[in-house]
Design a binder for this molecule. Structure first.
Ligand code: SAM
Length: 307
């Protein structure tokens, strides 16, 4: 299905000539264009120029993108590319680009391919030797990190955790020891249970930043201990509405107060297989950490309510 935006074409600046030098002569190009995550003003001048000049805009939802384009006075030919048709549509779009067309890929919000469709089209285009050009802009994870104020030089972007609790537990257990801030996306109807799982599996003493409705009217950014986050959400129904980024501090901050992260990791692994005393002794031999500290930590970890 193709649709047309319903407003005038904008007098945008031309996009500079191909700077990648990868495209074959006469071939078109694929632009991956970031769009706003809420506030329609959060789109770059270059993104608007590319959207105005593209032969075709491949959009996750043509109506959503139609509204954005209309807001900026852009008329463009739109084609739907979403998770249900991406495979077939990617082949068609690659053929069009090879025939010389320029296509701009957008998702409903933020950066395409980031917890959104787009990666498959990009992969097919690159395989076909097509020049793929990112037009950077809004992304909810980066916006949340920029305003979180966590002293986290490294972070891991996870996106959406599994919806089912057993799969979510498994996913979180694999993340538990990582010394990086963890960045999750979550839907409003699952945010309460997600925060409870984060506290239970990662440990309630970690910090969380709850970034809600970024760039929108009811934007809110709240920072607290993970074991306080459930009560904060529950105390006002509005706090559970909208779109969420959840950032949890990494395991390193926790380990810095006690054992080195590597000693903690080795101890946990050994404790899963061995009696407590033996696990502590072996962990000391492997990591060089002090045996009595490892023993004390092993006692904590074996305590019935430990994380
Ligand atoms: N591609 C997007 C990006 O670059 O951020 C992400 C799309 S993903 C389908 C949608 C999720 O991103 C939402 O469920 C929410 O977790 C997060 N998100 C998107 N917009 C947001 C906003 N304005 N405030 C907070 N989180 C947002």
């Amino acid at each position: 299905m193709e649709q047309h935006g319903n407003s005038e074409k904008r007098g945008a600046q031309p996009e500079p000539q191909d700077h990648g030098g990868q495209a074959s002569k006469g071939a078109g190009k694929l632009y991956v264009v970031a769009t706003p995550i809420g506030n329609l003003g959060d789109i770059s001048a270059r993104a608007l120029a590319v959207l105005a000049q593209a032969d075709l805009v491949a959009a996750e939802d043509t109506r959503t993108t139609g509204h954005l384009l209309a807001h900026h006075g852009i008329t463009a030919k739109l084609v739907a590319l979403h998770e249900h048709n991406e495979m077939q549509r990617a082949a068609e779009l690659v053929a069009r680009i090879k025939a010389g067309k320029t296509i701009a890929l957008v998702s409903d919000a933020g950066t395409p391919g980031i917890s959104d469709p787009g990666a498959l089209l990009v992969a097919r285009a690159r395989e076909a030797g097509i020049s793929v050009c990112p037009i950077p802009g809004a992304n909810a994870a980066i916006a949340a990190l920029s305003a979180a104020g966590l002293a986290a030089p490294h972070f891991l972007f996870y996106g959406f955790l599994p919806a089912r609790s057993a799969a979510r537990r498994t996913a979180l257990e694999a993340l538990r020891e990582l010394p990086y801030a963890l960045v999750f996306y979550e839907a409003p109807h699952r945010v309460t249970e997600c925060v409870a799982a984060l506290a239970a599996i990662l440990g309630g003493e970690r910090e969380i930043v709850i970034a809600r409705e970024l760039t929108k009217l009811f934007e809110a950014i709240h920072h607290c201990r993970l074991d306080q986050a459930g009560a904060w959400l529950a105390s006002d129904a509005n706090r559970q509405r909208g779109e969420f980024v959840l950032i949890v501090s990494g395991a390193q901050a926790e380990a810095q107060q006690g054992l080195p992260a590597e000693a903690e990791r080795v101890l946990r692994l050994l404790l899963a297989e061995l009696p407590l005393k033996q696990a502590a002794a072996l962990a000391a031999a492997i990591t060089g950490a002090r045996k009595n500290e490892l023993y004390a930590r092993a006692l904590e970890l074996r305590a019935p309510d430990s994380v």
